[in-house]
Design a protein around this ligand. Structure first.
Ligand code: ADP
Ligand code: MG
Length: 618
C-alpha cells in the first residue's frame, strides 16, 4: 500500500525563515487556533486573553455580525439569527437533519442547507467561514504577519461532503488549507505519540454536544485510524441540562422569561465546570420575578445525577474496539479529549473500563488544536526532521453499481488512506458505446440499499460484441478522504472521471446504522445477490438467443422455434418471481434446448467463412 509522505523535501525552510502556520480546531461548541513558537505549540488568545472561541455567530443586519462569546451570550434573546453548532449542518442536506429542536428558519432548498438571517441566507459553510476568519485574524494579529496556511481538524467520521465543505469554509475565510487532519490523530500528535509510541491507542473525545471515540494504531510514526464510533447527540451540554432540570425541580421554578433560562443555563454550566476542580459549587441567582435561588450542589450529587450519561459513552467504546478487532487489554493508552472529559466521574469511568489511568496531562480543550499546529509547522516546512505519515481510513466501503443492481465494492471499509484501486469491467450488450458508472457507498449487496454518491457516463467506447471492451475503473481516495473515480476504455484510451463531492453527508449514527443493517441483512442480501446474478445470466442468454434468432432463425423448424420462444417466455416470467435456483434451472433448460441450434449456426458460419465450400470437401 502506498503511503503518503507529508513533508516535502523542497519545502524545508532556512531557520530564520519561519513560516507562519496554524492549527485550527473547528469545534461544534468551541474553536481554537494554535501555533508552534520556538519549538513549542500553544494556543493563541484574543485581546481579552480568551483562547476558546464559542462556535457561534450572530447576524445582526447590515452585513454586521458578532462571533464568539458575545454571540453565545445573546443566543437565547435572538435565536433565529444566532447560529451555533454549524458543524452539525456542514456538508449535509436538509432532509438528513433533525431540525425539530433548532430555532432557525431554514431556506427552501433541499440540496443545500440555508438559514434565513438578518444578513440574508447563510449556509453552514458561511457560518464556519465567519468563525475561521475570526481565528485567522486573531492569529495574524498575534503573530504579526500573513499565514502561509492552516491545518484544520475534522472528526474522523466526516465523509467527503463534510470534508469538502470544511475546506470550502476555510477558503472563504482566506485560509490556505495545508491539509485536513482527523481530530483523534491531532490529539495523538499533541501527546507526542508519533515519536516514541507503538501500539494501539484510544481517543475518547467528549465535547459540548458530541461524543467521538477512535481507535488509532501507531507504528514508527505512522498513524492509522482503525475504527471510529460515538454518539452525535451526547456531550457536556447534556450534563448542563440535567443539572438545570435538577435546579428547576428543587426550587419548584416555572420559568417563563427566556432571560431566566439563559441565566440559569450559564450558572449550571459554570457550576459543572467548578465541580471538576472543587468538591462543591453554589448556584446563586435572582430571577426576573424577584425569586432568589441559592442551591449548594456537591460533586457527589452531581455525579449521581449524571452517571447515566457517563455510562452511555461506554457502549460506543466497546463497539469501536470490536470494529477495530482489538481487545481492551491491547490498548496501550487512552487519550482524553474535549472539555467535558475534565469531569472526574468521566475520567473514573474510562479508567475503570480500560483498567488504566487515561492520558490527561494536556489541556483536553486544546489538545486537538495543539496537534494540528504541530502538523501545520511540519507542512509549512519549519521542521526538517519531522516526517509524519498520517493514515486514516474510509468509514464505509466505496464501490459501483454493476449490471443487475448489484454493488461491487472497490475500496473496502476501513481501508487506509490515501488509497487507489482499479478493477476492469466490460460491456454487457453488443455494440454498447456508453457505460454509466454509478458510485455508491455502503456495505450492502444491492445498490438500492447503499448510498448513491455520483453518476457519470463514459462515452465513445468503440462498438464491440458484449464482453469484449475492457474498461478500467479506478477509485482513488486522497489523504483528506476525497474520492475521485475515473473510467478508461483500454483499447482507445477514451476516459471520463468525477471528483466525488457529494452535496450531502452522513453522520456517525447513519454510518453505524448502515453497518448494522448490513450485518442483520447479510443472509437476505446474499440471497438477493444470488438472484440478481442469476437474473443477469438469464438476461444475457436471452439477448444472445434473440440476436441469433434474428440472424439465423430460418435454421429452425416452426416447432423448434416455438419451443425456444416458450422457454424464453417462461424464463422472463420467472425473473421477477423466482429464486436464484429456479432461474438457474430454467437457464439450463433454455441453454440445452438451443444447443442444436448453436451447432447449426456454427456450421453455417463456417460455410460462410469458407466461401461456399463444404467442410467435408476439405
Ligand atoms: P467541542 O469539541 O464540542 O467544540 P469542547 O471540547 O470545547 O467542545 O467541550 C465543551 C464542553 O466542555 C462544554 O460542555 C463545557 O461545559 C465542557 N467543559 C469545559 N471545561 C470543563 C470543566 N472544567 N469541567 C467540566 N466540563 C467542562
Ligand atoms: Mg472538539
Amino acid at each position: 500500500m502506498a503511503l503518503l509522505q507529508i513533508a516535502e523535501p523542497n519545502m524545508s525552510a532556512a531557520p530564520h525563515q519561519h513560516r507562519l502556520a496554524v492549527g485550527i480546531d473547528l469545534g461544534t461548541t468551541n474553536s481554537l487556533v494554535a501555533t508552534v513558537k520556538s519549538g513549542a505549540a500553544s494556543c493563541l488568545a484574543d485581546e481579552n486573553g480568551e483562547m476558546t472561541l464559542p462556535s457561534v455567530v450572530r447576524y445582526v443586519g447590515n452585513e454586521n455580525k458578532i462571533v464568539g462569546k458575545k454571540a453565545l451570550s445573546e443566543q437565547k434573546l435572538d435565536p433565529q439569527n444566532t447560529i451555533s453548532s454549524a458543524k452539525r449542518l456542514i456538508g449535509r442536506k436538509l432532509p438528513e437533519i433533525d431540525t425539530a429542536h433548532m430555532p432557525y428558519r431554514f431556506g427552501k432548498s433541499e440540496q443545500i442547507i440555508e438559514l434565513q438571517t438578518k444578513n440574508g441566507l447563510k449556509t453552514p459553510i458561511d457560518v464556519s467561514a465567519d468563525i475561521l476568519r475570526e481565528l485567522r485574524e486573531r492569529a495574524e494579529q498575534s503573530l504579526g504577519g500573513e499565514l502561509v496556511g492552516a491545518v484544520i481538524t475534522v472528526p474522523a467520521y466526516f465523509d467527503d461532503a463534510q470534508r469538502q465543505a470544511t475546506k470550502d469554509a476555510a477558503r472563504l475565510a482566506g485560509l490556505n488549507v495545508l491539509r485536513l487532519l482527523n481530530e483523534p490523530t491531532a490529539a495523538a500528535i499533541a501527546y507526542g505519540l508519533d515519536n516514541a509510541a507503538e501500539g494501539t491507542f484510544v481517543v475518547y473525545d467528549l465535547g459540548g454536544g458530541t461524543f467521538d471515540v477512535s481507535v488509532l494504531q501507531l507504528s514508527k510514526g505512522l498513524f492509522e485510524v482503525k475504527a471510529t464510533g460515538g454518539n452525535s447527540a451526547l456531550g457536556g451540554d447534556d450534563f448542563d441540562h440535567r443539572l438545570f432540570c435538577h435546579i428547576v425541580e428543587n426550587n419548584q421554578l416555572s420559568l417563563t422569561d427566556e432571560r431566566d433560562v439563559q441565566l440559569l443555563f450559564g450558572l449550571v454550566r459554570h457550576a459543572k465546570e467548578e465541580l471538576s476542580r472543587q468538591p462543591e459549587a453554589h448556584i446563586v441567582a435572582e430571577l426576573s420575578s424577584g425569586k432568589q435561588i441559592n442551591t449548594l450542589i456537591t460533586r457527589a450529587e452531581f455525579h449521581a445525577l449524571t452517571q447515566h450519561l457517563v455510562a452511555k459513552t461506554i457502549e460506543p467504546v466497546k463497539q469501536a474496539l470490536k470494529d477495530a478487532g482489538v481487545a481492551k487489554s491491547d490498548i496501550k493508552g487512552v487519550i482524553m479529549v474535549g472539555g467535558a472529559t475534565r469531569m472526574l466521574h468521566v475520567q473514573q469511568a474510562v479508567g475503570a473500563f480500560f483498567g488504566q489511568t487515561p492520558l490527561n496531562n494536556l489541556n483536553p480543550d486544546q489538545v486537538v488544536a495543539l496537534g494540528a499546529a504541530m502538523q501545520a509547522n511540519v507542512l509549512a516546512g519549519n521542521k526538517n526532521d519531522g516526517e509524519w505519515l498520517l493514515l486514516d481510513v474510509t468509514p464505509l466501503s466505496l464501490g459501483l453499481e454493476t449490471y443487475g443492481g448489484l454493488a461491487e465494492k472497490i475500496i473496502p471499509r476501513n481501508s487506509t488512506l490515501p488509497t487507489a484501486r482499479a478493477q476492469e469491467f466490460t460491456t454487457f450488450k453488443d455494440g454498447q458505446t456508453a457505460m454509466t458508472i454509478h458510485v455508491v457507498q455502503g456495505e450492502r449487496e444491492l445498490v438500492a440499499d447503499c448510498r448513491s454518491l455520483a453518476k457519470f457516463t463514459l462515452r465513445g467506447i468503440p462498438p464491440m460484441v458484449a464482453g469484449a471492451a475492457r474498461i478500467r475503473v479506478t477509485f482513488q481516495v486522497d489523504a483528506d478522504g476525497l474520492l475521485s473515480v475515473s473510467a478508461r476504455e483500454q483499447t482507445t484510451g477514451v476516459q471520463a472521471q468525477v471528483e466525488v463531492k457529494p452535496s450531502y453527508g452522513l453522520d456517525d449514527e447513519t454510518i453505524t446504522q448502515m453497518l448494522r443493517d448490513s450485518m442483520s441483512n447479510a443472509k437476505d442480501d446474499a440471497a438477493a445477490r444470488a438472484r440478481a446474478e442469476a437474473k443477469v445470466e438469464a438476461e444475457g442468454l436471452i439477448s444472445a438467443i434473440q440476436a441469433a434468432l434474428t440472424l439465423d432463425g430460418d435454421l429452425l423448424s416452426a416447432d423448434e422455434l416455438n419451443q425456444i420462444n416458450g422457454l424464453i417466455a417462461r424464463l422472463i416470467a420467472s425473473l421477477s418471481a423466482h429464486t436464484a435456483e429456479q432461474i438457474r434451472a430454467l437457464v439450463q433448460e433454455l441453454s440445452h434446448a438451443t444447443d442444436d441450434f448453436a451447432a447449426r449456426r456454427m456450421d453455417r458460419n463456417i460455410q460462410r467463412a469458407l466461401g461456399g465450400m463444404r467442410v467435408e470437401d476439405l
